[in-house]
Write a protein that binds this ligand. Structure first.
Ligand code: F6P
Length: 548
């Protein structure tokens, strides 16, 4: 047999043995699911006094208790075997070393490089990326210092007091969530505002009380082509021109983008562009110049601590055995519930006013990354992929949707997130917040079956609802860096197991294209694609003049 043929044969043999190894583990896990599904979670605790310790893990500032899940040591071992059968460790190495893991867009996904210490290097195509990253980050820090010190002057020589971030999706959710979360660490009098929606109501509401002389706009857009952001940028330009009666607005705009040429063509001065790179996905971009609003409010040192937290999670993720690897464990528990227990949704409940937007942020990260049904080669995925991510802020959510968590007919695994310590003055009230979180996790797990009170017979709560509890030492920049990187890596591992590309978003692109086409119609032009009668009927209601 020719050498090439024999190599091909052995490659095919190894692919099919990998395939059958995976199928075996999926089957084994299905069997385990069938065996454990009639067991109550509290029985698992009853059978093992060491259960909490056995299923807990500390990584620097993060403590994860995952004991309130339908797992045993054997199930965990099978889940780990599942991860091994997909060569997770190799996949991690490939992502972090700059292989084009975003195969459909032929790009690397190197958000982890953004949090490498300056003293390290990452050679990609004979270039040390850390040098470029540090240079741009220092430019951003320099802008921070200029703004914080009052040295950044507007067109009328007045110091900037208000900064408005115009961006959407990953160019909005991260900076917004994180600036809110880190409010106790703000070290400036500057005010930061956010405009994302193309709805002009938001632009008008945000700018209503702003002074154009002292306002700086950040145009945050990786592509610099997103219609919402460009429309709002245009409103900002008009607003400044009308109020300041000048077109000399250079120092009122900074562009944050991976497409500097477009930003410059729009009118941004070259020195006011904070670039980043194509290899940073929008929903992973908070670590890049997109994090500028965060750095502006918490300062240079705070932002460095945030990066350090992310980097420490990266080290843990790439160096720890799978069985002691926090992102891998969270990913596998998610797979367990999605693919075996058929849980269609996953709730994130943060017991923290500061983290009130955390579920929104993770919703984009998870659902835009893994909400897919096709593999990069076009094949349909055989398994269910991303669950619907939703959630809210404890304790408020207890008085909103928890009734359904406790007694509804849905099966909804929950991640509880809470901080041990607070910067708030009232430590006793903070304790009450934490206690509420723990009480809810316990109630979901046990229900009220064990209680003897009279109303139990009509108000039955079966419990048996699984949850993870993630306890942060404090809600500080370092711990939040760890927390965000943890969820990024969880999503990545799940994408590998589902064999999808977690780094593209073709579904979102379609909606953008169709919006452009409908704009053609409203402007009296020909649509490129046929338009259905329902859409035409609705379009006529907003613009009867030009549509027939
Ligand atoms: O929603 C699609 C998307 O491309 C996101 O991935 C991204 O975060 C958002 O739009 C905004 O894109 P840009 O930063 O290019 O304006």
């Amino acid at each position: 047999m020719p050498v090439v043929d024999s190599l091909m044969q052995s490659a095919l043999r190894s692919v099919s043995s990998k395939q059958s190894e995976r199928e075996m583990v999926w089957m084994q896990l299905q069997q385990m699911f069938e065996n454990i599904q009639t067991t109550h979670l509290s029985e698992l605790f009853g059978a093992d006094s060491q259960r909490a310790e056995a299923f807990s893990l500390q990584v620097n500032s993060l403590f994860l208790d995952y004991s309130k899940n339908f797992i045993s040591k054997d199930i965990l071992a099978a889940l780990i075997a599942l991860a091994e059968s997909y060569d997770i460790q190799n996949a991690i190495h490939q992502m972090m070393s700059g292989v084009h893991v975003n195969v459909t867009e032929d790009r690397a996904a190197l958000h982890t490089a953004l949090r490498l210490p300056e003293t390290e290097s990452l050679m990609v195509n004979a270039k040390n990326l850390v040098t470029d990253i540090t240079e741009i980050r220092n430019k951003m820090f320099n802008f921070v210092e200029k703004l914080q010190s009052g040295a950044w002057l507007g067109a009328t020589e007045q110091a900037i007091t208000d900064v408005v971030n115009i961006g959407i999706g990953g160019s909005d959710l991260g900076p917004q969530m994180l600036t809110q979360a880190l409010k106790p660490y703000w070290n400036t009098n500057l005010n930061v505002h956010f405009i994302a929606n193309i709805d002009p109501v938001q632009f008008e509401a945000v700018t209503a009380n702003l002074n154009p002389e002292t306002t700086l706009f950040l145009l945050s857009s990786k592509s610099f082509t997103t219609s919402e952001t460009l429309a709002n940028a245009q409103l900002a330009k008009q607003w400044l021109e009308n109020k300041l009666h000048t077109k000399q607005l250079t120092q009122h705009f900074v562009a944050i983008t991976a497409n500097p040429a477009r930003a410059i063509a729009w009118g941004i001065a070259k020195e006011f562009v904070l670039p980043f790179w194509e290899w940073v996905g929008g929903r992973f971009s908070i670590w890049s110049s997109i994090g500028f609003p965060v750095a502006l409010l918490i300062g240079v040192q705070g932002f460095k601590q945030f990066l350090e937290g992310g980097h420490d999670m990266d080290k843990h993720f790439s160096n720890s055995p799978l069985a002691e690897n926090m992102p891998v464990l969270l990913a596998l528990l998610g797979i367990w519930y999605r693919n075996f227990w058929q849980a269609p949704t996953h709730a994130l409940c943060s017991y923290s006013y500061s983290l009130r937007r955390f579920a929104d942020y993770i919703q984009q990260l998870d659902m835009e990354s893994n909400g897919k049904s096709q593999q990069p080669n076009g094949d349909m995925v055989a398994k269910d992929t991303a669950p619907i991510i939703w959630g809210g802020e404890g304790t408020n959510a207890q008085h909103a949707f928890y009734q359904l968590l406790h007694q509804g007919r849905h099966f909804i695994p929950v991640d509880f997130i809470v901080a041990q310590n607070t910067k708030a003055k009232d430590k006793v009230q903070h304790q009450q917040l934490v206690i509420n979180c723990l009480a809810q996790a316990k109630a979901l797990m046990e229900g009220n079956r064990a209680l003897q009170s009279a109303d139990v017979s009509i108000n039955q709560m079966q419990g048996n609802k699984p949850s993870n509890t993630l306890m942060l030492e404090a809600l500080d920049p370092y711990a939040l860096g760890q927390l965000i990187a943890l969820y990024e890596h969880k999503v990545f591992v799940q994408g590998i197991i589902w064999q999808i590309n977690s780094f593209d978003q073709p579904g979102v692109e379609l909606g953008k294209k169709l919006a452009d086409d409908l704009t053609n119609i409203v402007n009296g032009k020909e649509a490129k694609e046929p338009v259905d009668s329902s859409t035409m009927q609705l379009l006529r209601r907003i613009n009867t003049a030009s549509i027939n």
